[in-house]
Design a protein around this ligand. Structure first.
Ligand SMILES: *Cc1c(COP(=O)(O)O)cnc(C)c1O
Length: 411
């Protein structure tokens, strides 16, 4: 075999794109710097000290006092899968509050587990009323009620106050996927009374994908420890197989992951050191800014994108009352080729905006302003570029109107 020229592919040197889609977004430079720090052994006291700090740093981001607040190694989906596989067993019923693509993902994972999945669905662009959740719980008698908080596919945020109590009153656990909102909209895990909530770094936390923060209530943790099993062939005297059905995944067995994050430090996987550094810095950046200020910044960015789009004569997708702060759906106007616009945004302006899935594919663009990119100048630059591209594509956009309206709406 001929030798592969080591210079053939060049050093990694990506273009400086401004990522204004539904995620991932550009990482905060402090996060990237933290991720270049030297590695540690997984039981090094410095390393376990950082793990403790991460637990403390993520509690306020989730709005919880939960002891079990830690990281699942993997992208946000790893957190979702760990939560579901640990909370629902084959044959048990899982009720999904479904208002977009990530509701469908919950169903897909539930079905793989072998759960009986009941869907409580509304059309894309709407959210599910609490009374409908209550009725569906009464009708289906679930073991688990699962929802998404902000679904980037529809740009809607599901109201969650009262959901946890409804589930608990019916003897069910509750789960929420807050990947797209953590760090950008207030999470109130304790007030919602939700048992398990998971997130990711690559949306409003302004980090790379690859780590899934998770928080687990004491009640859910007790259930998960009940279901624990012994890793075969490894002496773990303090572990006994619980009475329930064994969790089908080793990597996502939260009882084992929590044993590793506890003072027992029982070996499971090798903690992804570099991702932990990144997750830690994401939280430090967010708490350093102040959570209220951070949520207000995301809300201002969302208002500005919405106002700017409307001033350009464009129509914004979905119910205004339930819009996420950080991602906005905009209808592609009649006669305009949506993919050509995205191409010109990328090639002429180095700006990425999002396409859409499912029933919205080809109909809507999604503009995100999250984390390090939820900034006034980045929103203005994006709207200015969009206007120029739309005009070049023959759409009659009023000159300067988008940027002017966005500036005013930012406040
Ligand atoms: C972006 C997003 C995810 C992404 O999961 P990854 O595994 O990190 O790609 C999951 N859930 C929601 C609601 C999201 O918006």
């Amino acid at each position: 075999m001929p030798d592969l020229d080591p210079f053939l592919f060049g050093e990694i040197d990506p273009p400086q794109r401004l990522l204004m889609g539904p995620g991932p977004v550009n990482a905060h430079p402090r996060v990237l710097r933290a991720m270049s720090a030297d590695l540690l052994g997984q039981f090094d006291p410095e390393m376990t000290g950082y793990m403790e700090q991460v637990m403390a740093l993520y509690r306020p981001l989730f709005g919880t006092e939960n002891r079990w607040t830690f990281l699942v190694d993997g992208t946000a989906r790893a957190g979702i899968e760990a939560a579901l596989v640990s909370l629902v067993a084959p044959g048990e019923t899982m009720l999904v509050i479904d208002f977009g693509r990530f509701g469908l993902l919950l169903r897909e994972i539930g079905e793989r587990i072998g759960a009986t999945v009941e869907m409580l669905s509304v059309p894309w662009g709407e959210v599910v009323p609490l009374e409908a959740v209550e009725a569906a719980i009464a009708r289906t008698g679930p073991r688990l009620v699962a929802s998404v908080h902000g679904d980037t596919s529809t740009t809607m945020a599901q109201p969650l106050d009262g959901i946890g109590a409804l589930a608990a009153a019916a003897g069910a656990f509750s789960y929420v996927d807050a990947t797209a909102t953590i760090g950008g909209m207030a999470l109130a895990v304790d007030r919602w009374g939700v048992d398990v909530v998971t997130g990711g770094l690559q949306k409003c936390l302004g980090g790379p994908s690859g780590s899934a923060p998770i928080t687990v209530s004491d009640r859910a943790a007790a259930h998960i420890f009940e279901r624990r099993h012994v890793e075969r062939g490894i002496a773990r005297d303090d572990l006994v197989a619980g009475p329930g059905p064994r969790i089908a995944s080793n990597y996502f067995d939260l009882a084992m992951v929590m044993d590793y994050w506890s003072e027992k430090r029982l070996n499971h996987h090798t903690e992804a050191t570099t991702m932990l550094y990144g997750a830690r810095e994401c939280a430090r950046v967010a708490l350093g800014e102040g959570l209220e200020a951070r949520y207000a910044r995301h809300a201002a960015a969302g208002r500005a994108v919405t106002a700017g789009a409307r001033a350009l004569g464009l129509t914004v997708f979905g119910d205004d009352r339930h819009r996420m702060a950080n991602v906005t759906g905009i209808y592609i106007p009649e006669g305009v080729d949506g993919e050509r616009v995205r191409l010109r945004m990328r090639e002429d302006f180095e700006i990425e905006i999002g396409t859409a899935f499912g029933p919205l594919a080809g109909k809507v663009w999604r503009i995100g302003a999250m984390g390090y990119n939820a900034m006034k100048h980045k929103v203005l630059i994006t709207l200015g570029a969009l206007e120029a591209v739309l005009r070049a594509e023959g759409y009659k956009a009023p000159a300067g109107a988008g940027v002017d309206a966005a500036l005013e709406a930012w406040g």
